[in-house]
Design a protein around this ligand. Structure first.
Ligand SMILES: [Zn+2]
Length: 605
């Protein structure tokens, strides 16, 4: 039966018939040596081993087998066993009556992202779904990982796996365990000399592991993590784990996050931890990945657990997994006090709704279809992508916000989206092995509010129409306005907008993307064209292009180049518009009450 729940105490003293010995003696070459041992069961004359092709939470076929090499198999008497490849990531080993099969291989780990492995002479990030084969038909068993490394050099280990041995002398391998392969695959480990801080909350131990090239203020980060845990757990009245790790990697060009049942892996620029004005995006990321403890790891679409690790697994419900989470990440950051009320309203208007309204693809594909096709759309984004589909993060987030407002309005402030989540949480608690269908979620929405809200939300999810934002938010006394961006400086006119993104390459300016239906698209400008001059003025960077066009009239003449041949065109330049969310002039008592309800900071279930 599928389960991702594990408490550390459950693994102490266990034995495992499937063991992975991991040797870090070639870490400086980004190599991990692995010896996988499988004790055979009576009558088992062959084993099939499979390496996953993707990491749950990141919907792209990555073929981790690419990084596997020097693979060979032996029996318990060190006699060579033939390995038969029966798929790109699948091997079959005839056991010849042995009681144990061992497979040895190396794994090349040199990709520093949240979803791939990175091992250097200084440290190692071990992410089992990348590098550890499973035994077909035996994924429900206890699995052990034995780590062999110089413990005088790497003094710190942080892991979402559970220790099997406690109080060792420091000379033996470290033995970690998981109750089944799904938990193993979902549980990363960091080895090295990183900073660690801990705190207790809701009876659970929380660890913050900060991996950075310089010594940063882990106490500050830990205080923020503590606030996030208290803010989010308040919705559910507690936490569903005994121990949780926030892995935070700070470094150059590091970005993104990945959720797990008992930890999250978060990456950020060092400046997010040295410059308070840039810290908020990290805090929102931490809120986002932490919320996945509930929403997706446990409250999940039926397709996302148990997993088929070998192929694309489609679900139309990433609007729930990522959309609802995208709405809640900034809402939690607001509830946690990271944003003022005004900052939060600005953020919603600008970074959520304003951004969505600049995506022409929202009229080309529903958010359900964009979710279903995540593998070949969002995760295979081309420069034309924004014209063809909306991101389920972005549109799913905006629709979740409107759903929250609609529920509050429909129930006169008695209920909210939090209540829907609590119902879905009850579903998980009673049937953890089974995920949700869309009907389960819609039923919960109807139970909390009404059939009318259910039907409205379903229309938003399945159509390509824009929701009537102004009408929905009016019930909270909010005004939704699209207006020209005002003067930001007395020295230059307000910005203009042509509907194109630019990139610079060696002092030259190229078109990165063009919005369908925009002035740039009407002017015939295309992706990869080079912009040479604006109204006869040479431009050498996107900033220069913006400044020159800002200081021009309603249109400019562009000198551009496509495929090595010059052309000229007239580019229209309307004033840039922005979305604003404001509290109306004279809201009714009811509107004021509902607005306060929506923006409550202390939430009790
Ligand atoms: Zn997410």
């Amino acid at each position: 039966m599928y389960s991702i729940e594990q408490r550390d105490e459950q693994l102490v003293g266990t034995r495992a018939a499937i063991r992975y010995h991991c040797y870090f003696d070639r870490a400086a070459e980004h190599l991990l040596r692995i010896r996988m041992e499988v004790d055979l069961q009576a009558g088992e004359d062959a084993v099939v081993l499979v390496l996953p092709s993707w990491a749950p939470g990141s919907y792209k076929i990555r073929d981790f087998i690419t990084h596997v090499g020097n693979l060979s198999a032996y029996d318990d008497r060190f006699c060579h066993l033939p390995v038969e490849w029966i798929g790109k990531n699948r091997i079959r080993i005839a056991t010849g009556g042995a009681v144990m099969v061992a497979v040895e291989y190396v794994f090349y780990a040199n990709e520093r992202t949240v979803r791939t492995m990175h091992i250097t002479r200084w440290r190692a990030f071990l992410f089992p779904v990348n590098c550890l084969f499973y035994v077909e038909g035996r994924t429900d068993e206890v699995h052990h990982v034995l780590l062999y490394y110089d413990r005088s050099q790497w003094r710190v280990l942080t892991t979402a796996l559970s220790p099997v041995t406690v109080g060792d002398a420091g000379t033996e391998p470290v033995v970690l365990g998981a109750l089944n392969y799904d938990i193993l695959a979902d549980s990363p480990t960091e080895l090295g000399n990183h900073l660690v801080a801990t705190f207790e909350a809701y009876g659970a131990r929380h660890e913050v592991a900060l991996i950075a090239p310089v010594s940063l203020n882990i106490e500050w980060l830990t205080e923020q993590c503590k606030t996030i845990v208290h803010t989010e757990a308040a919705v559910f009245g507690g936490v569903p784990y005994d121990r949780y790790v926030f892995f935070v990697y700070a470094g150059t060009n590091l970005t993104g996050g990945l959720e797990h049942a008992r930890c999250s892996v978060n990456m950020c620029d060092v400046q997010a931890l040295t410059d308070l004005s840039r810290a908020k995006s990290l805090l929102a990321l931490l809120c986002h990945e932490y919320f996945h403890v509930w929403n997706i790891k446990r409250i999940r679409p039926r397709e996302y657990g148990p997993f088929d690790y070998t192929r694309e697994v489609h679900s139309p419900m990433l609007w729930l997994a990522e959309g609802v989470t995208s709405y809640y990440d900034d809402l939690f950051a607001y509830r946690a006090g990271f944003y003022s009320r005004e900052e939060y309203l600005d953020l919603l208007a600008r970074d959520h709704v304003g951004k969505l309204l600049r995506v022409p693809g929202r009229h080309a594909m529903s958010v359900r279809d964009s979710s279903y096709l995540a593998w070949v759309k969002l995760y295979a984004q081309s420069p034309d992508g924004q014209n063809r589909f909306p991101s389920y993060y972005l549109k799913g987030g905006v629709l979740s916000w409107l759903l929250d407002v609609a529920i509050i309005s429909d129930t006169d402030g008695a209920r909210r989206l939090d209540d829907v989540l609590r119902l879905l949480w009850e579903h998980y608690r009673h049937r953890p092995e089974t995920g949700l269908t869309e009907d389960d979620v819609l039923n919960a929405i109807e139970e909390v509010s009404s059939k009318r809200v259910r039907q409205q939300f379903w229309h938003w999810l399945s159509s390509t129409d824009d929701p009537d934002i102004a009408a929905v938010v009016a019930s909270l006394g909010l005004e939704w306005i699209i207006a020209p961006v005002p003067h930001q400086s007395v020295l230059v006119p307000p910005p203009r907008r042509a509907g194109l993104q630019l990139r610079s390459e060696g002092g030259r300016v190229f078109v990165a993307s063009v919005e369908d239906g925009s002035p740039a698209s009407r002017a015939g400008i295309a992706v990869d064209d080079e912009i040479i001059a604006v109204d006869g003025v040479r431009v050498t960077s996107p900033e220069e292009f913006s400044l020159v066009s800002q200081c021009s009239g309603d249109s400019v003449q562009l000198l551009a180049s496509c495929d090595g041949k010059l052309y000229t065109t007239i580019l229209g330049l309307p004033h840039a518009e922005e979305s604003y969310l404001r509290i109306g002039a004279a809201p009714s008592d009811r509107a004021q009450r509902l607005l306060s309800r929506w923006l409550e900071r202390a939430i009790a279930p």
